[in-house]
Structures are given as C-alpha cells and as structure tokens.
Design a protein around this ligand. Structure first.
Ligand code: FRU
Length: 489
C-alpha cells in the first residue's frame, strides 16, 4: 500500500471518532470525514452493494481526490470500509476522479480518471485526464502496471484531452464497454465509447451522443448508459446549462435521454432530454442493476452551485437514498428502495383529516421519517407544508393548483450564504398533485411526487430541534397522512 493511502486510512479512523454521529444522516451515506462528492463504482460484488465516492479526507472542501468506500446489504445500513484509492502515482497525482467498478475474473476492477499535468512544448503545463484501472478483492486495490489504459490520444483529433473523464464500464456478451464524458472544439458536450475484451486493451468505437443543439450545457460529466424496459437510457450531468423554464435550472444539471440503441453499429438515437430531479441538490448520479433485476440510482445530494454547511460542521457531502427506476409513459419514475420499509417504526395515520388555514397534526413530526400525504379532490387554490420547522426554521413546499406548480423554499432552513433557496417545478401530471412522499434524514428532504413521476431533492442545514410539520390550505381540504419513523436498531 502506498504511503498516501495508508495515511488516508489512518487519518479517517482517527478523525471520524471526533464527529458526533447524531450530526450525520442516519441512513444516507455521508462523508466519514472531510469532503465527498460524486458516487463512484456503484455496483454489486460478491453479494454486497459497493459504493465508492469522490473523497478528500483532510478538509471539508474539495481537494486531491481519493476514493472512499462503503458497502451494504440493503442500501439503508451502510458499513464504511477503508479508503480505496489515493492519488499516489504519476498518472493520477492530481486526483483519482470519478469512475465505475465491475466484477471481472472473480476480482473487483475499478476504472477511474487519473488526472495529471503534462508539459507542453512551449513550457506551459496542461491538465491531462486519462482512464486508469485497479484490481481488488472488495477492500484493497492494486493499480494496474500499464496505466493509464485509455488516453486522450485515442480520441478523434478535436476532442479535449483536458476534459475527458468519469468512465462508466459495463459488460455484455464477453465485451466490456466504457463510456466517458468529454467535449470537443466543435461540440461543447459529448460522450465517447470504447470497447475491450479484458479491461486492459481498449479500442475507440465512436462518439455515442453529443450536444449538437448546444442547449445541453458544456462538458457532459458522469455518463451512465443502460437498458430500462423497452428503452436505452443515457444519463449525464452537463455543466453550465441555462435554465429552460421549469425543466432545467442554471448551472450543473443531471439529465436523461431515452433512446434506441443498436449494439452492433453503436448507434444511439436519442429523444429530448428530461431532468432527473427537480430539487436543489442532486448531481452526478450512477446506477447499478441488482441481482433481482432492479435498476437502482444514487446521486450526490449536493450541488456545486450551493455547497453550504454550518461553520461548525467538519464534514461535507452525502448521497441520496438509492432509488428504484422504472420506465412508464415514456419517462423514468423513481421510488425509494423498498428496503426502507423494513426500518419503519411508530406509524401514525390520519384518514380524511381536515386542513383549513395553518394546522399541525399530533404525532406528525420528525427529522428521520417517511411521510406520505394524499390530497383529496377539494376546492383549494394553495396547499402548503413546512417541514423541519419551529419558530425560527422551516423548509416549505407550496402547491399552486391553478398553475399546477410546486414551489420549494429553503430560505429559512439555516443556510448562512446566499445560495439558491427557491425552486419551482411544474407538476407533470395534468390532473395535478395528488401524492407527496417525503423522506427526511436530518439534513435532507427528498420528495417523491405522484408515486415518483417526479422527484425533488433538497439539502437543509436546520438544527435538529426543528421537528415540526405544518400544513396550510387557503380553503378547507382533506388529506390522508401516514408517517413512519425510520429507526435503525
Ligand atoms: C462531477 C465531477 C466529475 C469529476 C469529479 C471530481 O461532480 O466534476 O466530473 O470526476 O467531480 O471530483
């Protein structure tokens, strides 16, 4: 093991002891110490689900990237393993950036972007991003002798060697495929495909998809590519997008394209993109397929554009709850992994509860809960809920029926910087908002709308004593409410 990795492993054990566990999410993966961003290598290996992540143990801010590592059997109870990779080689000395993992020949292969700098003929230094390989047993990894295995020199001429990262690898019929995010002089964002028989020798195949309209941001980060029902799905996270009404917001977005894929010719005919999440904190998602066939997605529950945490907090970054994906009516629907229901405790239900102006319902409160609210047909115009609330704090979700629009506002959640705090989304179902399922875990609220047709994920930084939930309606309405605490014993 390199000195750098050993140092990180010792550091995380020692420092984690100083972080009060009550300060951290109860059932979402979060930084053991320091900083985490993208999920990496989300995959199944020897019966367990592995999740790696972009990791800088030494401060709560982004820095030279390591890979942190957690495993789980049910996606709710996670066990932290020692850091998996450190930037300890010439070809990755500026960082081990995002990538994926796959089981091959009984071992676990990690494929990641090694970042380094190269001296140009004029003496200037320029960043180089290349794809690298490491082999391991599920805990310890050895980097391949002949790294990098894919370099920017294998790309067509006008493609960037500077922005060429985040390989997603999968296998089918004995061939490995690697999709990498990239840009070129002509096209601001694209994904490029390579293939291999052994993960070591790779061949460039094609530019699989690109931002030919110029409307889908610049660099396409963190691609994923998989079959879902009758469609092929391409996910990517474009930088620098301009807001497009209620669908996309300014800055970093995560989008998906449905399409049809011809595996023989490597042609992907894509439809128009959609947002994957309509909240404020969702980026760089990755998916994996479980042995039972479910396609599960997890994402970084933060945004580059709104990284704000309390000054006292020494760690930063968490993941969303893993979500089950399903293709329905030409769209991706998402629901929390069903395993969460095993941790339901203390149920509290109201049938046909009347809401008129501001109300609370006894027993409906908490910060680690699974809460479902069904709206009955009624003559209201505005229905609103405040969560993680008390006299000082709240995060509100307000539905305006005439516009069929939901407004999320975390202005009063405790943020101490002027980051994005309000987001509006159009409810896709023309019949309106019927059902909201909120998953709260201390510093986050994930809202699944109308059975997962849309999702809105928002990080909050509200002191834990703000436990109240308030309901408001401008006219008398009736709702059904079901709340479960999430308890990991
Ligand atoms: C996305 C990203 C990736 C990169 C990583 C670096 O959030 O910028 O493209 O690999 O983060 O930490």
């Amino acid at each position: 093991m390199s000195e750098k990795l050993e140092k990180a492993r010792l550091y995380e054990i020692e420092e984690a002891k100083n972080i009060p566990q009550e300060e951290k999410p109860a059932f979402h993966v979060s930084a053991p110490v320091g900083w985490i961003n993208d999920p990496n290598g989300f995959s199944v290996f020897k019966g367990k689900v592995h999740l790696f992540y972009q990791y800088h143990p030494y401060s709560r801010d982004w820095g030279p990237m390591h890979w942190g590592h957690s495993v789980t059997e049910d996606m709710i109870r996670w066990e932290q393993l020692p850091a998996a990779l450190a930037p300890d080689q010439e070809y990755d000395r500026e960082g081990c950036f995002s990538g994926s993992a796959i089981e091959a020949d009984g071992k676990q292969a990690l494929i990641y972007t090694g970042v380094t700098t190269e001296k140009l003929p004029d003496g200037k230094e320029e960043v180089r991003q290349n794809q690298c390989l490491a082999w391991g047993d599920g805990k310890d990894y050895v980097k391949a002798e002949k790294n990098p295995v894919v370099t920017g020199d294998m790309l067509p001429e006008k493609c960037s060697r500077v922005d060429f990262r985040d390989p997603k690898v999968w296998e089918d019929n004995g061939t490995y495929h690697m999709l990498v995010g990239c840009r070129s002089e002509e096209i601001p964002g694209q994904v490029v495909l390579f293939s291999s028989k052994d993960l070591k020798e790779w061949k460039f195949e094609t530019i699989l998809a690109s931002n030919e309209s110029g409307k889908i941001g610049t660099m396409w980060e963190c691609p994923d590519f998989f079959q879902l029902g009758s469609k092929r799905v391409l996910i990517c996270s474009p930088q620098d997008m301009k807001a497009q009404k209620y669908e996309f917001h300014n800055g970093h977005n995560s989008v998906y394209f449905l399409g049809d894929y011809d595996e023989k010719t490597h042609t992907f005919v894509k439809e128009l993109p959609h947002a994957l999440d309509y909240g404020m904190d969702f980026y760089a998602p990755q998916t994996t397929e479980l042995p039972d066939g479910r396609r599960i997605m997890i994402a970084w529950m933060k945004s580059w554009d709104a990284c704000v945490i309390p000054n006292s907090q020494v760690w930063q970054g968490m993941m969303t709850l893993p979500r089950e994906l399903e293709l329905k009516d030409g769209k991706i629907w998402q629901t929390p992994v069903r395993e969460i229901e095993k941790y339901h405790k203390n149920p509290c239900r109201y049938d046909h509860a009347e809401i008129n102006q501001e109300t609370t319902l006894c027993g409906i409160e908490g910060r680690t809960i699974d809460l479902t609210v069904l709206l009955e047909e009624d003559e209201f115009q505005t229905f609103s809920m405040k969560l993680a609330a008390n006299k000082e704090y709240e995060t509100s979700f307000t539905y305006h029926k005439a516009e069929n629009m939901l407004e999320i506002d975390r202005t009063y959640c405790g943020v101490t910087k002027d980051v994005v705090c309000v987001r509006k989304l159009k409810i896709s179902n023309p019949e309106g908002l019927k059902k909201m399922r909120f998953i709260l875990d201390r510093q986050s609220i994930e809202l699944f709308l109308n059975d997962g047709e849309q999702v809105a994920t928002t990080a909050i930084c509200t002191p834990l004593e703000a436990q109240e939930i308030h309901f408001y309606s401008d006219k008398k309405i009736h709702i059904n409410v079901e709340k479960h605490s999430i308890v990991k014993l």
